[in-house]
Design a protein around this ligand. Structure first.
Ligand SMILES: *Cc1c(COP(=O)(O)O)cnc(C)c1O
Length: 395
């Protein structure tokens, strides 16, 4: 049996997205900036996609800027907030310690340019609160950027409440909603969101396409200079196939969202119940405040990498956390932000499901993880010391 359980890293392009894209390669291949008929056809497809993406998050089509993905949207939105602040003499930015590196590294760069960055601690359940944000806001705060759903542990942040605090204090609010859009309801009006990042390949569209939403009236900073595409705010000939595929995938995700959320939540709960029976295991992040499809576990005495390789042999594609940091031996910054000890954070496993997952696949994951954890523990000197009481159990 084969199970792809790494959908938080990337997803398979859906049939519907693929079919929407195919004509854009050889039939509708015009440049959307050209005045001739093929160009105007491309411009029409672009406009329809813009309206679809806007509608999906309750925005206006004039508030959508297509980008090369979530990372670019994060970079540009944060730069926008930073530059607006700087013009008013405000150079303080608030974020959290468990953001995606597209946010954290952009903030590192701004810090070198003289911005003051506050990274909020995350509570042990993987959530930051609106009160945490309110307490950190100062006279010179320009921007708050808090992710909607954490990509490693799947916890959902109280975005509406955080947005309300920012609105009340007159501070711009950006959210990296890459793991939220397409998966759970997102409404930029109702949730008081000024700027938002989304990425196609996390909801069954292709890689290399995303979007930034910026509320009307907020002056957007330019990250990529070029032509007049995206109202002059993002140069470069538009990726029409990718953008059309993204809109199709998003339309599809919204149509099936309610049913998908119900099914995925049931599958996730079955998975959590099964994995919790493994001795000295721990679910990372709040049991309730999480997206339907993602779970993250720690197993004491286990190296994340060995676990992944043995699961791969059993036909299960999983992750030890972020795709961007697995490959390095450092424990996840997300798990460390929750306050987990280094040796525990090393043994983490992220399983992120797609809506077509079956109960049989979940049971295969549970049986395989249980078997592999036991096998690895049996040959681990660390586990031996834990069992003999030489080292204290942490979980
Ligand atoms: C995947 C991801 C990104 C980056 O998106 P890309 O389209 O791969 O650049 C940013 N933030 C979060 C939370 C993600 O999961």
């Amino acid at each position: 049996m084969y199970v792809y359980a790494d959908n938080a890293a990337t997803t398979q392009v859906s049939q519907r997205a693929l079919e929407a894209m195919l004509p854009c390669f050889r039939e509708f291949y015009g440049n959307a900036s050209s005045l001739h008929t093929p160009g105007q056809k491309a411009a029409e497809l672009l406009q329809q996609a813009r309206e679809d993406v806007a509608a999906a998050i309750h925005a206006d089509h004039k508030e959508i800027y297509f980008t090369s993905g979530g990372s670019e949207a994060d970079n540009q939105a944060i730069l926008t907030g930073a530059q607006i602040g700087a013009r008013k003499g405000k150079k303080h930015i608030i974020s959290t310690a468990f953001e995606h590196h597209a946010v954290l590294h952009t903030l590192d760069r701004l810090k070198k340019q003289g911005y003051d960055i506050t990274l909020l601690d995350v509570h042990e359940n993987g959530v930051v609160t609106a009160e945490d944000v309110a307490a950190a806001i100062r006279e010179d705060t320009a921007l708050v950027t808090v992710m909607f759903v954490n990509n490693e542990i799947g916890t959902v942040q109280p975005i509406r409440e955080i947005g309300a605090v920012c609105r009340e204090k007159g501070v711009l609010f950006h959210t990296d909603a890459v793991q939220a859009v397409g998966h759970i309801p997102v409404d930029v009006q109702d949730m008081n969101i000024d700027m938002l990042s989304l990425s196609g390949h996390k909801f069954h569209a292709p890689k290399g396409v995303g979007a930034m939403y910026v509320r009307k009236g907020i002056p957007v900073s330019i990250l990529i200079e070029g032509g007049q595409q995206e109202r002059g705010k993002r140069g470069g000939t538009e990726n029409i196939p990718g953008i059309v595929g993204m809109a199709a995938a998003l339309n599809e995700a919204l149509e099936t969202q309610e049913a998908d959320m119900t099914h995925l939540s049931a599958m996730r709960d079955r998975l959590i119940e099964g994995l919790s029976k493994i001795p000295h295991s721990r679910l990372n992040g709040d049991r309730e405040k999480r997206v339907p499809g993602t779970v993250n576990f720690c197993f004491e005495g286990i190296e994340g990498e060995s676990l992944l390789l043995l699961l791969d042999d059993k036909g299960i594609a999983a992750s030890s956390g972020s795709a961007c940091t697995s490959g390095s031996l450092d424990p996840s910054h997300v798990l460390l932000a929750l306050g987990l000890p280094h040796e525990v954070a090393h043994g983490s496993l992220r399983l992120s499901l797609s809506a077509d997952v079956t109960a049989e696949q979940i049971d295969h994951i549970i049986a395989s993880v249980t078997e592999v954890v036991e096998y690895l523990r049996n040959m681990s000197p660390v586990w031996d010391e834990l069992e003999r009481g030489v080292l204290p159990h942490q979980i």
